[in-house]
Design a protein around this ligand. Structure first.
Ligand SMILES: Cc1cc2nc3c(=O)[nH]c(=O)nc-3n(C[C@H](O)[C@H](O)[C@H](O)COP(=O)(O)O)c2cc1C
Length: 338
């Protein structure tokens, strides 16, 4: 494996892209080449860093120094100062508005210092289009544990005991929903991910999908094992092209690695996941409308009961969870409910 002196993590989330981060990335690649540094410094495009208002953002490791509002024309000076002369480029560092103090390190900026990342633990750190980077951060460990060491009942108990409640709005206990759907064996069942995110201006689900799509897949595989489903859909709005692209790549890579498809990890468990693009109707975020839409009909809610755990997609038992709910599951299983 190649060892690099430094990693430049350039934010490739939708916010930073809109501010031109891909042009900055191109300029960095060209400048590192020009300076003969391409073998020493690795350029990584990550998901959303979170500090979107200050984009395009880049973080240099191992120093942990963050640069903000970087423009392509800043790149030659930045490379010369930081990577050739070994001193941070002062003018692109963060300045705390209240004190005018310059704070070079990301971990010391108040916006980041108080965050304890769980669902977003990999955001801005890994390349979401490379499955190995997720695995290197203990990704799929929860899934492996669930599939090889736990029964369906044990998985559900762990999720119930964790106390996690749905993050899609209604706050229904996730383990309880799974318990209902797990009842009755040998039936066709579906596991569904709600990535519709219709609330105006909301982008928490998009951030997760763009930064760490495998975390969502991992949660879905665990949910499928818990309820006994072998087919799943991720319903994601078409206005999220980057999230859709990263989901497609993630599904393809997971399938190549034997983490999706037939006989996952040689356990005899099969799961096929598919992305379904929604046309961007707010109401399709509601669970029964979402299912109606996947069925190919106009997305309109249907009366409940029956609830999806009893009669969901194509009248089959289904579990539907929000992106953030599912992205939490792998860690709950890997680390234990407490
Ligand atoms: C009009 C309406 C719109 C909704 N939109 C969303 C949405 O965009 N994303 C979402 O996750 N849940 C949305 N919900 C909630 C879902 O119906 C459902 O409760 C949720 O996705 C279940 O996942 P959870 O238990 O993990 O939270 C919406 C509900 C209603 C009534």
């Amino acid at each position: 494996m190649k060892v690099f002196r430094s990693h430049i993590l350039i934010c490739g989330g939708t916010g930073c892209r809109a501010m031109g981060s891909l042009k900055v990335k191109q300029a960095l690649a060209a400048e590192l080449n020009k300076q003969g540094l391409a073998d020493e410094i690795r350029l990584v495009e990550t998901g959303c860093n979170g500090f979107c208002a200050m984009g395009p953002i880049m973080v240099v490791y191992p120093d942990g120094i963050i640069y903000m509002m970087v423009q392509p024309e800043d790149v030659p000076e930045l490379v010369e100062e930081h990577f050739l002369k070994g001193r941070p480029l002062e003018r692109l560092l963060y300045k705390e508005p209240s004190t005018e103090e310059t704070i070079p390190e990301m971990s010391e900026i108040p916006f980041f210092a108080h965050q304890e990342l769980r669902v977003l633990r990999n955001k801005g750190l890994i390349d979401p289009e490379i499955i190995d980077e997720y695995i290197a951060r203990d990704g799929y460990a929860g899934m492996a544990k669930a599939l090889t060491e736990m029964t369906s009942e044990e998985i559900i108990k762990e999720v119930l005991d964790s106390g996690i409640r749905g993050r899609g709005g209604a706050g229904f206990p996730t383990g309880l929903k799974w318990k209902f759907a797990a009842q009755s064996k040998n039936d066709v069942k579906y596991v569904l991910c709600n990535a519709d995110e219709g609330d105006p201006g909301a982008f928490m689900d998009r951030s997760v999908l763009e930064a760490d799509p495998h975390a969502v897949l991992e949660g879905m595989i665990i949910a499928a094992k818990a309820i006994g489903a072998h087919k799943g859909y991720i319903y994601c709005r078409a206005e999220y092209p980057l999230a859709l692209r990263r989901l497609d790549i993630a599904i393809k890579q997971a399938t190549e690695y034997g983490l999706l498809g037939e006989n996952i990890l040689d356990t005899g468990f099969d799961l096929d996941l598919e992305v379904y693009q929604g046309a961007g109707a707010f109401v399709c975020g509601e669970e029964t409308a979402l299912m109606t839409s996947i069925e190919g009909n106009r997305g309109m809610p249907r009366p409940r009961p029956p609830f999806p755990a009893v009669s969901g997609l194509w009248q089959k038992r289904s579990v539907l969870n929000n992106v953030e709910t599912l992205a939490s599951i792998g860690q709950i299983i890997a680390k234990g409910n407490e």
